[in-house]
Design a protein around this ligand. Sequence first.
Ligand code: ZN
Length: 489
Amino acid sequence: MGQCIAGNAKINQTFKEKIMGLKIYNSLTKTKQDFVPLRSGMVGMYVCGPTVYGPSHVGHARTYVNFDVVRRYLEFLGYKVKYVQNITDVGHLVGDGDNGDDKITKQAKLENTDPYAISYKYECMYFDAMDKLNILRPTISPRATGFIPEMIDMVQTLINKGYAYVTSKGNVYFRVRKYAKYGQLSNRKLDEAKSGERILVASDKENPEDFALWKTAEGGHIMKWNSPWGVGYPGWHLECSVMSKKFLGETFDIHGGGLDNIFPHHESEFAQSEVANGKPFVRYFMHNNLITVNGTKMGKSMGNFVTLDDLFTRHSPMAVRYFILNYHYRSVVDFNEAEITKAEDQLNKIAEIYKKVCDNASNMMTMNLTDADQAYQKFLAAMDEDFNTPLAISELLKAVKYANSAVTGGKVGELAHIKTLLDSMFNILGLDLSKKGELVADNAQSQDNLLDLVADIRTKLRAEKNYALSDYIRDKLAELGVSSKDKKV
Ligand SMILES: [Zn+2]
């Protein structure tokens, strides 16, 4: 679309001044609060990143598109945002608790390779998928394995303060019952947690709800480090406490993640950080809701797991992004490909009108734009209300409708200003219209087309009774693991 690619729009300052002020629903206080950052003009934001042991899926798309919009809107408001998002490459055990194999080590065994090769492979795939969704890269993307000495220091501090204990097996656990506020984020009472988790309790814990800070590396565990308590590896929750402190300080503004991170992950991060640092941990906790597939929970064991590589062969990443943003981040997204197709059609219409705006915009500007300006202001007001993207999109559509009527009505003097408004809205939502219809990772489809072509050639050869060449192609295909059947000619 040439010059029509959404750029950084310069918006009249008066628009920003008219904004009522950003409000964020804080999972910690369970209320919507005015957003006031710790340091004027700056926002420190930490979002739990992926555990890199498998292909990225629609759950990742949802979480990181949602927080990308949070970051983009904060930047639009003029904040300098430091966005830290970790890569979990050690310590996340199967089942999220303190028992079982490390997820990455387990996958390494399945793929018959090194755990470090697994985490690097899936980290690359993750960023590749996020780039396609037009998600801005984090300011800092630290890997857990890079911060083991800092983790050991924090564990030692917790032991020194009497909130952690070393067992005879060399494991170190956080003494949950000593921390009275445990459960404040997830609204769990200790007794409930106790009965729920009892089956998985490791035998050397003082209490079943205690969580691991450091675990002894048993057997052939490859990812392991020396520590004052023996050779082992860190508990999963520890990394986020350590890396957020390292890059954002002991107290920071926004901590985000999926709803499934609240317990035990964020609850445990919270406890160990506040005890170790003696300071409040986070000012605003934000949690995006989950994805269901046709009404049921998505999961590998449910057989309804949708990877992004697969999805992007049928729908453009930009349509997936637009589909996600049609839901508020705190609502459940029911994943449905028919709805993504509808979103794609709508995005194509928006792009068509936007192109007309670009093609017809004139330097002769008139300022009679109450409808478009009103839609723009309502768009910003919706974003101010806890990032209400579906409401914001409904205002975007009104502005697009007005843009269309301005084009058809020949009001070319208005188009340059309308383009500025549209660009601003596209930027905040991260919609890059130049990529609206692009399918990616389309290898499977092109491979199918190639095989159809080869089958056609064989059919023609046999029609000409050239059986030798036809059989030669069939045998070579078989060597490549492709079976081909002869059609009647
Ligand atoms: Zn985390």
